[in-house]
Design a protein around this ligand. Sequence first.
Ligand SMILES: C[S@@+](CC[C@H](N)C(=O)[O-])C[C@H]1O[C@@H](n2cnc3c(N)ncnc32)[C@H](O)[C@@H]1O
Length: 274
Amino acid sequence: MATRSRESKNVPLKELEAGIQQAEASGTVAPEIIQKLSSARDMFHRRDEFTAQACCDHSTTCEKIEEETYTRDWKADFDQGKAPVEFGARYLCGKEVGQFLKSMVSIQRAKRILEIGLFTGYSALCMAEALPDDGELVSLEICEHLKNLAEDLMKESHHTKKIKIILGPAIESVKKMVESKEKFDMIFLDGDKADYIPLVKMIFEMDLLSAGGTLLIDNAYHMGGAFDPSLNRPIPHQLRDCIKALPNVHAILLSMSDGIWMVRRMEDVERDTI
Ligand SMILES: C[S@@+](CC[C@H](N)C(=O)[O-])C[C@H]1O[C@@H](n2cnc3c(N)ncnc32)[C@H](O)[C@@H]1O
């Protein structure tokens, strides 16, 4: 299957590329320095290529969803009032993350998954492919146009029957799930970043995860906001502080793509050795 050139979420690499261009244009930087910087840039690219080639490929339907997400006229959707913002391929979690999520579903032996943020259905389908036949993935999406688009794109896969989409603001849907005492073996948080902190608190304080369950949160680095002070983005720092302050929780941040938090109850991770 062809590997398309994907949207890079490597913000430091983009900064390095811009710096090299400036150095070359200035004519005042020694060629040996530009060569060293270019060598570092090329190594980053080859590292990304190596990683992409090492990962299992996605399914034919996921390939189609990715293709449509890259080629769609998102500006037209926005201009026609179908979408609240101008979406684009940068909203996709990406192939490596998709396959990581799929692996996690199988490691977790998950039967019920909650996804917050459906978009074009790519990550939902990656995860559903690893669910058993009687498994269920509930995906929350606020935009009706995206719900219809994702349903249309996913329909060719027989795994789609495991996917239920709930339209509406995620916080409202999660509140209802808490009230009806629903449980999920895995939760993938990939919606509006401003909702992350209240959702993380609800998930752990209201016990939305089943025993042994795992919360995964995408965009931990917030496209550079976590480490580029010039962007002045408090959310990734506030989220880190919120997760660190949760009692009896084990958290790690995987530096894959735009950063993925993996958060579990401490009792499911640390063995009592007494
Ligand atoms: C980053 S995209 C999700 C990408 C998707 N998980 C994937 O990788 O294929 C975020 C999605 O969350 C949706 N969203 C934004 N705010 C929301 C809210 N308050 N409630 C539910 N969904 C929301 C957006 O419409 C968008 O489709």
